[in-house]
Design a protein around this ligand. Structure first.
Ligand code: HEC
Length: 115
């Protein structure tokens, strides 16, 4: 019994060392951040707000909008259960993290408005 206990203790130390080594190796090989992440996230808004934030018709364009404005509106939509007069953005905004909203807002701020 004593031997088995010592054996398993040694095993779990070995397993911990192995886990640490694997974690270090995984970190060393972590893929570089996707340079297109902001554009890809912003593309999820294109159905309604147009390609690169240039909307057609009456829909609000997001192209050229200062990032602070988009962040403020998205945060408002995200944190408000049912804002008056808002039909869909309170549902959409809740699907994005604060970091994703910052990336999206930065992307649209850098786009050239066409109208
Ligand atoms: C399904 C259509 C749809 C999609 C997709 C969509 N929006 Fe909207 N957006 C709207 C509508 C409609 C409004 C007007 C407010 C409302 O009724 O919800 C709006 C309003 C806004 C406004 C306020 C504009 C202003 O100046 O008043 C911002 C900012 C915004 N959307 C950002 C986004 C972002 C960022 C995304 C992508 C993550 C997105 N929207 C995706 C439909 C959409």
């Amino acid at each position: 019994m004593k031997i088995a206990v010592r054996h398993s203790a040694r095993l779990s130390v070995g397993a911990a060392v192995l886990a640490l080594a694997l974690a270090a190796a995984a970190q060393a090989q972590a893929p570089a951040p996707n340079p297109h992440l902001a554009r890809n996230l912003a593309a999820t808004c294109a159905n309604c707000h147009g390609t690169n934030g240039n909307a057609l018709g009456e829909m609000k364009s997001l192209a050229g909008t200062p990032a602070e404005r988009t962040i403020a509106l998205m945060t408002f939509y995200k944190t408000t259960a049912q804002p008056e007069g808002v039909t869909i953005m309170h549902q959409i905004a809740k699907g994005y993290t604060d970091d994703q909203i910052k990336l999206i807002a930065g992307y649209f701020a850098a786009q050239q408005p066409k109208k």
